[in-house]
Design a protein around this ligand. Structure first.
Ligand SMILES: [Zn+2]
Length: 365
């Protein structure tokens, strides 16, 4: 576990304020469940809470751990004897891991004010592991705080959930995601594109920032921004080509793919090559995001302030060239196709038809 401070966490203000009040009262609960979407920083908030609760020198009203006491110093070294982090081993969290973690919490705190157990992806606790943890939650040792974190809380045993105070987290705003990416060293223009498409998830945003994926993203953006210009584009062939490049990319990244993405259900294949429903979803997301920027540009908003600012000149050109109402209609059509994706027998054909029609609708007159 590392030393995190509430004050340096971006987003989640309501949750952090609530936890700060708990800290200031000096009577934390025994067990918390932080639930909410994957990749938004719940673990970091949990670590900041445990760091603050264990800190020896923070003033009672201070939100943050002091950063200097023996407990904080141990966190900075990454080896705190009282604060234990339990994470998946392979696909699940196993009973041996739970037993070993609980064993470390059996005695009084060595360094800090409290002992703490952070359980990442608590929904991955296997049944016997969950039951072992439940026994401890039912008779919690003194001065011990449990924080369970989960993006799939419906998979937790109800008996565990009911022992915890539940704190619900929401998606990060696109501004928060972009700022966090920039802090991680991503170029601001790429960060904004990724943030606009990431649906509040840092995991997703980081993978979108990969240069090869960003290049593909740019290619879809250029295609969208050229809709309606001569010569007419062969939409079906273009989709095919994008699908192949995405499949190559997915293969190349498969080996080091993120855990959070890896346990998602495999996407259903929808066409003769590797175009998955997930690919189509992504294509529609990018098309919509780019065209939405054109619409905003057409209402007088400066393209430099929009997510696709890196295509500012083309955004302006399309906003000037096309009737904004027609672009809105194409955005709507993308959204409708997205909603019907699950029941559409041939979504690739539907997308191809949509693009051909969009090209006609937005043709320069
Ligand atoms: Zn401290």
């Amino acid at each position: 576990m590392a030393l995190h401070l509430f004050s340096s966490i971006r987003g989640h203000r309501n949750q952090i304020n609530a936890l700060s009040r708990v800290v200031a009262r000096g009577e934390p609960g025994h067990a918390y469940l932080f639930e909410g979407p994957e990749g938004i920083g719940k673990d970091t908030v949990a670590q900041a809470l445990l760091a603050r609760l264990a800190c020896l020198d923070a003033a009672p009203q201070a939100a943050d751990a002091c950063g200097a006491c023996r407990s904080c110093a141990a966190l900075l070294r990454g080896e705190h004897p009282d604060l234990v982090r339990l994470a998946r081993d392979g696909a699940t969290i196993k009973i041996d891991q739970v037993r070993s973690a609980l064993g470390r919490l059996r005695f009084d705190p060595v360094l800090g004010r409290v002992k703490g157990l952070l359980v990442e992806s608590a929904d991955l606790l296997r049944e016997e592991a969950a039951n072992a943890l439940l026994k401890t939650l039912e008779e919690p040792p003194s001065r011990t705080v449990f924080v369970l974190v989960s993006s799939k809380p419906q998979l937790l045993l109800e008996t565990i959930r009911s022992r915890c105070q539940v704190l619900r987290f929401s998606d990060l705003s696109p501004d928060d995601v972009a700022a966090l990416l920039v802090a991680e060293g991503v170029a601001p223009d790429a960060a904004r594109v990724a943030a606009a498409l990431a649906e509040g998830s840092m995991h997703r945003a980081r993978s979108l920032c990969d240069p090869a994926r960003m290049a593909l993203n740019d290619e879809v953006a250029r295609f969208a921004l050229a809709l309606g210009t001569a010569p007419p584009t062969d939409a079906a062939a273009w989709i095919e080509q994008i699908a192949e490049r995405r499949a190559t990319l997915a293969q190349a990244q498969g080996a080091d793919s993120d855990n959070a993405e890896a346990d998602e259900e495999p996407a259903a294949r929808t066409g003769k090559t590797a175009l998955t429903r997930e690919d189509l979803q992504w294509l529609l997301d990018v098309l919509r995001a780019v065209l939405r920027d054109v619409v905003l540009c057409g209402t007088g908003i400066d393209a430099a302030s929009l997510p696709h600012a890196r295509h500012a000149a083309a955004l302006h050109a399309m906003a000037n060239r096309c009737d904004i109402g027609r672009i809105v209609a194409v955005v709507d059509a993308c959204q409708q196709l997205e909603q019907r994706m699950g029941i559409n027998p041939n979504p690739r054909l539907a997308l191809s038809a949509l693009l051909v029609e969009a090209g006609l609708r937005l043709r320069a007159t």
